[in-house]
Design a protein around this ligand. Structure first.
Ligand SMILES: O=P(O)(O)OP(=O)(O)OP(=O)(O)OC[C@H]1O[C@@H](n2cnc3c(O)ncnc32)[C@H](O)[C@@H]1O
Length: 139
């Protein structure tokens, strides 16, 4: 829907992006609604949502849609698994301060941007988009 709405406005090829944060203990919520949860409660509220659950695992998901000049949509998704932790003092962007990717002892917020960009859900989705464009789009 977001992709087609963008196409309606741009009237040409375009790219849209959406990010979800899915908590495994509660069936994938808040998922695409994380923006509103974050706005209402901040990263601390997200952490507190899982207080009653042993399972603190979560998946960060980036979905990118490419719409071509005919309005045809191709969707690419990138996922990074991790754990929801008490927000770190360092606050950078969104829920970065309470998301610790698997294999790391630090949150997204504590990583240099270059390091986050190497492992992030967004990088994985963007890489798939790049591969698609490299092979399918004549620029
Ligand atoms: O979907 P619309 O309404 O356009 O709004 P948006 O572009 O701001 O929202 P997203 O779906 O991209 O992101 C959902 C929420 O997740 C946050 N967010 C997005 N990417 C993130 C990342 O890499 N690390 C931490 N938080 C992120 C962002 O600040 C939003 O509050």
């Amino acid at each position: 829907m977001k992709a087609l709405a963008a196409f309606d406005i741009i009237k040409g090829p375009c790219i849209v992006e959406d990010t979800s944060l899915c908590f495994n203990a509660i069936g994938g919520l808040p998922g695409p609604y994380v923006k509103w949860f974050l706005k209402a409660t901040g990263p601390l509220g997200l952490y507190c949502m899982l207080k009653g659950f042993e399972d603190k695992t979560a998946m960060a998901v980036c979905t990118v849609a490419y719409v071509n000049e005919h309005g045809e949509v191709n969707i690419f998704s990138g996922e990074t698994d991790g754990t929801i932790v008490e927000p770190t003092a360092v606050e950078t962007f969104g829920w970065d301060s309470c998301f610790k990717p698997n294999g790391y002892e630090i949150t997204y917020a504590e990583m240099p941007k270059e390091e986050k960009n190497l492992i992030s859900h967004r990088m994985k989705a963007m890489y798939k988009l790049k591969e698609f464009i490299d092979h399918n789009v004549i620029i």
